[in-house]
Design a protein around this ligand. Structure first.
Ligand code: SF4
Ligand code: F3S
Ligand code: ZN
Length: 103
């Protein structure tokens, strides 16, 4: 599961689609965590798609990640500022790849 303390335990190493990327990153095998308020651990995501389908405000967009061992696309929190903290994505992800900081 995604580490809920990732902002303390990781370093911001990049930006992507207007959000932070938290390392370590070593493409294409290791992609880190994308987003901060809505954070997706790309190294855990296996492209189930429930978050993309269920988010009521379309926070997520698919991005291609060819060569990643878990899946070749990931749910990117491209519109994390739109999040209304409903926590649906956190509940539906089968591998607990998503953390939403509703605090
Ligand atoms: Fe979308 Fe709700 Fe998840 Fe926010 S908490 S990203 S609004 S499903
Ligand atoms: Fe990935 Fe979980 Fe969404 S596996 S596509 S973050 S439901
Ligand atoms: Zn991203």
């Amino acid at each position: 599961a995604i580490d809920p303390q990732f902002t303390e335990n990781r370093e911001q190493v990049d930006e992507h689609n207007g959000h932070s990327v938290w390392g370590p990153v070593d493409e294409p095998e290791e992609l880190g965590i994308h987003g901060t308020h809505v954070a997706v651990d790309f190294d855990i995501c296996l492209a189930d798609g429930a978050c993309v389908e269920d988010c009521p405000v379309d926070v997520f967009e698919w991005v291609d990640t060819p060569g990643h061992p878990e899946s070749e696309e990931k749910a990117d929190p491209a519109n994390e500022a739109q999040c209304i903290d409903c926590m649906l994505c956190v509940d539906v992800c089968p591998v607990d790849a998503i953390d939403v900081d509703a605090g």
